[in-house]
Design a protein around this ligand. Structure first.
Ligand SMILES: [Zn+2]
Length: 589
């Protein structure tokens, strides 16, 4: 949309910003986005203004304006509620707080709903509830993504318990959207508080907030009656830090950001092989275990972020487990790899001098599990990067459900219907690595290690002497070649001469090439075949014949593939399956 098309009429705030007193008369940022150029304050937008600003020009059409109602429980009280509503209608120019309709967004049909604070504080009553519920159903029926923008103070007390019942009403309508795997993105403007925030918003696939927006379930006034509220609490920023929302995006960047997410979640491109590639087995020069451990920990070894940014063209992170933490030792997000949208789950190791421990917390496993759930819902392959010291050994993490979170993460990896590829990029240790490394293909960088415990810890246990780590490292069979021979790794990825730390770009290139090839191979299989093969693979782990068995299973897999080629499927599987998706979001992990 051209900037001039987006300009708002300067019917008010002509003069100065009430937050910082800057003169807004000639402010381009204010006229285009209603944002103060000086302090960044985001001014309120009404429902029609949001629709005009966000959607394609003149594409929005209002729906549900005939849904109306007044004073459902004949509320008494000091002021006539009916008159109150009529006054609000005159003042705001809206018929209710929910302003709903549909339009196009970068040419794609979307359903759009706003809860507008200028109508009785954006509070939700039965009319707004019905309008929102219809929006969810409309989006499901049309299989068009739903974008909701919220600016609300909660539910409308003067409609009694019926107002509160709008929460399950909207959630009930949402079920259809979930079953049809249609994305819902929520945008939280200032303020978003109360029951409306606690309802359908927290079930959105991706939650964005505007900078400095007041956000929270309880009213700030109520919290202040009980305790001192620290500076910055109850805001978009504090909610992002606690992993309760996914991103804070300034208004002038919102449109392209939303476009990227929707492109990723509704992607209809899939990698396909045009000819079978035969990869000759490579004879990697294999270092001994201890020097390999040193290389896997090299301070300049490419981190998960280094590899991601060199491998994908777009990467949109999700943040947090929605349970109160956003573990920085795990990054999850949607990326575009070779033109195909994928979900990335990466373990992030921090430099020794960093204050961050690099141990994964329970919240980290829950975040990864959330990413897997999104991958399953939107039928996107999962790629995990393994490089971790292990699970956080603190009591706090223990009491925060570490064991359950880790186990649920592993179980989800094992059961995912989508293609999964795990890559050991550095030093992958213990259960934390395994829980995100159960995959259709396990790849290992030439100088990476994958073990049950760090050699130093093992030496302490066995000899009570860390200096024995070198010898123990050899015994643990942790190199890429060891793991390949044990049937744990499927392929060893070449590194630049002397190691990945010498050239991140080249290392990422080798890895990307291998991942793309495996993705295309896996895409040619039915999901049931993939799942069955994955289960068999892990069911047979530890067999003394596991290597032979692994090779045999691969041969059987290839035979099945050729048969599938020879006897074409009756129906080509759709990128977006027509079958309905059963939501597992109510599972706490
Ligand atoms: Zn200002």
């Amino acid at each position: 949309m051209k900037e001039e098309d987006r300009r708002f009429e300067q019917e008010d705030h002509k003069g100065s910003c009430f937050a910082c007193s800057a003169n807004l008369t000639d402010s381009r940022l204010f006229s285009s986005f209603r944002v103060c150029h000086s302090c960044g304050h985001h001014f309120h937008l009404s429902g029609p203004q949001w629709a005009n600003f966000l959607l394609d020009k003149d594409s929005f059409q209002e729906d549900d304006y005939t849904v109306s109602g007044l004073d459902p429980i004949s509320f008494g009280g000091p002021r006539n509620y009916r008159e109150n509503i009529i006054d609000a209608q005159k003042r705001s120019g809206l018929s209710e707080s929910a302003y709903t309709g549909h339009g196009t967004f970068f040419g794609h049909e979307v359903v759009f709903a706003v809860l507008d604070f200028s109508f009785l504080g954006g509070s939700m009553g039965i009319v707004s509830g019905e309008r929102l519920a219809r929006s969810f159903e409309r989006a499901a029926d049309r299989r068009a993504p739903l974008i909701t923008v919220l600016s609300t103070s909660g539910i409308r007390m003067r409609e009694g318990l019926l107002a509160l019942m709008q929460i399950p009403r909207v959630m009930a309508a949402r079920q259809k959207l979930v079953r049809r795997r249609v994305p819902h993105i929520a945008v939280l403007a200032d303020p978003t508080t109360g029951s409306s925030y606690a309802g359908f918003v927290n079930l959105a696939d991706y939650i964005i907030a505007e900078p400095d927006a007041l956000i929270g379930f309880s009213a700030l006034r109520v919290i202040r009656e009980r305790e001192t509220v620290p500076e910055g609490a109850h805001t978009a920023e504090s909610h992002l830090e606690k992993g309760l929302i996914d991103a804070i995006i300034p208004r002038h960047e919102l449109q392209p950001f939303l476009g990227q997410i929707l492109d990723l979640l509704t992607s209809s491109y899939e990698l396909r092989m045009t000819e079978k590639l035969s990869i000759p087995p490579r004879d990697f020069s294999s270092l001994e275990a201890w020097p390999t451990v040193q290389l896997s920990r090299h301070s300049n070894r490419p981190s998960t972020y280094d590899l991601i940014q060199r491998m994908v063209t777009v990467y949109v992170e999700i943040h947090g487990d929605r349970s109160g933490s956003d573990d920085p030792s795990i990054t999850c997000g949607f990326g575009l790899l070779g033109g195909e949208a994928v979900v990335i789950i990466g373990q992030v190791r921090f430099p020794e001098e960093s204050e961050k421990t690099g141990y994964i917390s329970a919240g980290g496993f829950r975040k990864a599990r959330r990413a897997m759930r999104l991958a399953r819902k939107f039928n996107l392959p999962v790629i995990s990067f393994l490089d971790t010291k292990g699970a956080d050994p603190s009591l706090a993490s223990e009491e925060n459900g570490m064991a359950a979170a880790l186990t649920n993460c592993a179980e989800a990896m094992l059961s995912l219907e989508v293609s999964t590829i795990a890559v050991v990029t550095g030093e992958a240790n213990a259960e934390s690595a395994v829980s995100m490394g159960i995959a259709d293909r396990v790849l290992m960088f030439q100088n990476s290690v994958y073990g049950v415990i760090s050699p130093e810890e093992a030496a302490k246990i066995l000899y009570q002497d860390v200096s024995q780590a070198e010898e123990v490292a050899e015994s643990l069979h942790i190199t890429a070649l060891d793991c390949y021979n044990l049937g744990i790794a499927d392929e060893i990825i070449q590194e630049p001469d002397e190691g990945a730390h010498m050239n991140h770009q080249e290392a990422a290139y080798f890895l990307r090439r291998a991942i793309v090839r495996h993705l295309a191979e896996l895409a040619s299989q039915r999901s049931s075949t993939r799942l069955r093969t994955r289960r068999r693979r892990y069911r047979s782990m530890g067999n003394s014949r596991s290597r032979i068995r692994n090779v045999a299973e691969r041969s059987v897999g290839k035979l099945v593939e050729s048969m599938e080629e020879y006897f074409p499927r009756r129906k080509k599987p759709l990128k977006r399956p027509a079958d309905e998706y059963i939501d597992s979001s109510e599972i706490p992990f």
